[in-house]
Design a protein around this ligand. Structure first.
Ligand code: ATP
Ligand code: MG
Length: 182
């Protein structure tokens, strides 16, 4: 070990890989935070110069996962469309938080969206295209199918009464840029 390294170690300095980065955030489970979440993730990866398609894919996947946490996890449907004119005149917001965690390692982005809401009894069934438990709110049952299509990996873990964790991974095609130190 060089003297400089030894000094750094003594001072508690941890060597940091420039291509590793993490961010965690928590926000109220209300509809307006859906756009906030997707823009936050897009900003998190912006320095990698992702393509427009990559950014669009990531934003869509984040939107779908966060929307699910809000409207299914916590039943906070206010702000989302409903057939007919039966939008409630008063505003019911169930208290609840959504956690969003992002991790970049080189050009591999992992996103976790977690809620402590009602959970899913049958995850396999929930992930089938066109399966929805809220057709009256114009949901089409395609959220998980989109997440699967737009990301490279999708995992869903859920416990009824405890909440749901969605983990998604996408590899961006920008590693050569990182190697050059950009
Ligand atoms: N975080 C969650 N908490 C509880 N249930 C969920 C959660 N996410 C999804 N689900 C259940 O899984 C079903 C399928 O989700 P998916 O996102 O594929 O479709 P959708 O939300 O119903 O419709 P769309 O996403 O097309 O608007 C939901 O209808 C709901 O029953
Ligand atoms: Mg959905």
């Amino acid at each position: 070990m060089t003297a400089e390294k030894q000094l750094q170690q003594n001072a508690g300095v941890v060597e940091r890989m420039p291509w590793k980065n993490e961010m965690n955030m928590e926000f109220d489970a209300v509809s307006l935070n859906e756009s906030f979440a997707r823009v936050a993730v897009a900003a998190f990866v912006a320095h990698l110069n992702p393509t427009l398609d990559e950014v669009a894919d990531i934003k869509t996947a984040v939107s779908e996962a966060v929307t699910n946490a809000i409207i299914h996890g916590y039943d906070n449907v206010y702000g989302y469309g409903k057939h007919g004119n039966s939008q409630p005149a008063y505003l019911i917001i169930h208290p609840g938080k959504v956690q969003l965690r992002c991790r970049l390692e080189k050009d591999v982005l992992q996103i976790e969206v977690e809620d402590c809401g009602k959970g899913i009894v049958d995850v396999e069934q929930a992930m089938e295209p066109l399966y929805t438990t809220k057709p009256e709110y114009d949901r089409s049952g395609m959220g998980f199918a989109f997440m699967e299509a737009f990301m490279d990996e999708l995992e869903v873990h859920s416990r009824p009464g405890q909440g749901t964790l969605v983990r998604m991974v996408k590899k961006l095609g920008t590693y050569p840029l990182i190697e050059e130190g950009n």
